[in-house]
Design a protein around this ligand. Structure first.
Ligand code: GUN
Ligand code: ZN
Length: 434
């Protein structure tokens, strides 16, 4: 396959610490660079003048006026919930009953699950997202459908069949033993195949019996490369109900801990209302919280205290949580995260936010050596941002000299900012000409 040569401004991040300014050593900013891609891998990222000086022909490059960044990573999203974004009138527990469960019941149809799996990937790409950690539905065929679609398009994706066997409509409940056996079979079929990995996915403790959680924990313990993906401490009503169902547990984190689910590959969505003890335990275990600002605002769940999490040494990623979340756009998610920080008297630097959505999210998925950077040796998942002509924000981006200001304006421009998305070296989305 011929090499792809892209010329443009490049922004990427290295290191674990989210940057607090443009001069931070982890900010890798090249105003004019050539990115070379061979067989799905980034083989070089060099300054354009150096490239020319070393005999390279800039005329062979595809040149963009946009900003080349690592493909965005979403660390918590529900593929069967894409059609219920923005559902009116309720908070978490009622929202699940009124909207999420009915939507997921429809995935009993294998045909629908397959159609939606393709549509889901298209939506990720048109919003600049190249990897996601994804809830499917309780139906094993929905997980097969998503892995199969991702495999065809060479997408790096982590997903898992939802485990749930109580407190939900009968059509969404695993029968005795079935969910675990199906999860084990899905692991056999998909985990480690190409760019795919499996996450054991109990919906949350409320919808899983002790027995199901015990067996899920055992399944997880069989292979340390498998992930654990669930919800934690999202809404006060959910927390109270959880503790009433598990009266012996010290707190919500302890509920999962008792089943061997608090480890370095555990990603817990939300984690808004945790105690100091819970923070300390998550930090010790190396577990991660996925910050879901659009969902937390939309469902009225609460404002995550970013500084408290950081000071407690808990890893934090960022995620859309579609369909409780209101957009597939990680850019919009970062913009809403900025506002959550504002409301808690903090500042989430736009560079820190993009670090979190790229190499930071890769790190919590233990993939930081493979994705999340525009750098030599990384898998060629890239997103190009550029302003849309004739928008107020577009003009602001073009006029601004500051990278920080431009990034924040890109967040406000949301999915309109996505010029092109590249997965494994192939263009999977290109904005059509206006
Ligand atoms: N907790 C349990 N299930 C869900 C879900 O589907 N969405 C959100 N936001 N929280 C949950
Ligand atoms: Zn969720």
């Amino acid at each position: 396959m011929a090499a792809l040569l892209l010329r443009g401004e490049v922004l990427s991040f290295s290191g674990d610490t989210p940057p607090d300014g443009e001069s931070h050593p982890g900010v890798n900013h090249l105003p004019d660079a050539v990115v070379r891609i061979d067989d799905g891998t980034i083989s070089a990222v060099v300054d354009a003048h150096e490239y020319q000086r070393d005999g390279g022909d800039l005329g062979n490059c595809e040149t963009t006026q946009g900003l080349i960044i690592p493909g965005l990573i979403d660390t918590h999203i529900h593929y069967p919930q894409m059609d219920i974004i923005g559902s009116y009138g309720s908070q978490l527990m009622e929202w699940l009953d009124s909207y999420a469960f009915p939507a997921e019941l429809a995935y009993a149809s294998q045909e629908l699950a397959q159609l939606k799996a393709e549509a889901f990937l298209d939506r990720l790409f048109s919003h600049g997202t190249t990897t996601s950690l994804t809830f499917t539905s309780v139906h094993a065929h929905s997980t097969d459908a998503l892995f199969s679609a991702a495999s065809k398009r060479n997408v790096r994706l982590i997903a898992g069949k939802v485990l749930m066997n109580r407190e939900a409509p009968a059509g969404l409940c695993d029968g005795p033993g079935d969910g675990i056996a199906e999860s084990a079979a899905l692991i056999e079929r998909w985990h480690g195949q190409g760019r795919l990995s499996y996450a054991v996915t109990p919906r949350f403790a409320i919808t899983c019996t002790d027995e199901q959680l015990t067996r899920a924990g055992e399944l997880l313990a069989r292979d340390e490369s498998i992930y654990l993906h669930t919800h934690l401490s999202e809404h006060p009503n959910e927390i109270a109900y959880t503790l009433s169902l598990f009266p012996d547990a010290t707190d919500y984190v302890d509920v999962y801990d008792r089943f061997g689910m608090v480890g370095a590959r555990s990603v817990f969505a939300h984690g808004i209302h945790l105690s100091d003890r819970e923070h300390a335990r998550l930090s010790d275990a190396g577990s991660s919280i996925a910050f879901c600002p659009t969902s937390n605002l939309f469902l009225g769940s609460g404002l995550l205290d970013l500084a408290r999490l950081r000071d407690a040494g808990v890893n934090m990623g960022v995620a859309t949580d579609v369909g409780g979340g209101t957009s597939f756009s990680m850019l919009r998610t970062l913009g809403e995260g900025y506002k959550v920080a504002q409301l808690t008297g903090q500042n989430w630097h736009p560079l820190a936010a993009l670090h979190t959505a790229t190499t930071g999210n890769a790190r919590i998925l233990h993939l930081a050596d493979k994705i999340g950077q525009v750098a030599k040796g990384f898998e060629a998942d890239l997103t190009i941002l550029s302003p849309v002509a004739d928008t107020v924000l577009g003009a602001r981006i073009r006029d601004s000299k500051s990278l920080t200001e431009r990034l924040l304006a890109f967040y406000m421009l949301e999915e309109q900012a996505i010029e092109r998305t590249i997965v494994n070296g192939e263009t999977v989305f290109k904005r059509s000409a206006a």
